[in-house]
Design a protein. Structure first.
Length: 117
């Protein structure tokens, strides 16, 4: 099992920055990929950024060049640095991990990010 705890959301003006953190515990050696989804009001949950155990990254087109995903293996934590934030980035952000041979899912509790215009 992998347990995730998020932090770092908040309220920011358009053009500002925030950094989200996701701390993992449990069988973290089995994590294959990790990252962030977001759920905007009235919308489905969509992938934002992913980083694999090998270090490959992937982003949704709307955040490329603005968001950066990274990880600190020693701290068992990954991060989403969000720059040049836009009102349309307003959402609840969920970190996730895919782990084990079955690529099971684990989710963080979610953190609200609100970008004011």
């Amino acid at each position: 099992q992998v347990h995730l705890v998020e932090s770092g959301g908040g309220l920011v003006q358009a053009g500002g920055s925030l950094r989200l953190s996701c701390a993992a515990s449990g069988t973290i050696f089995s994590i294959n990929a990790m990252g962030w989804y977001r759920q905007r009001p009235g919308k489905q949950r969509d992938m934002v950024a992913t980083i694999t155990s090998g270090g490959s990254t992937n982003y949704v087109d709307t955040v490329k060049g603005r968001f950066t995903i990274s990880r600190d293996n020693a701290k068992k934590t990954w991060y989403l640095q969000m720059n040049s934030l836009k009102p349309e980035d307003t959402a609840v952000y969920f970190c996730y991990a895919r782990y084990g041979s079955n690529w099971s899912w684990s989710w963080g509790q979610g953190t609200q990010v609100t970008v004011s215009s």
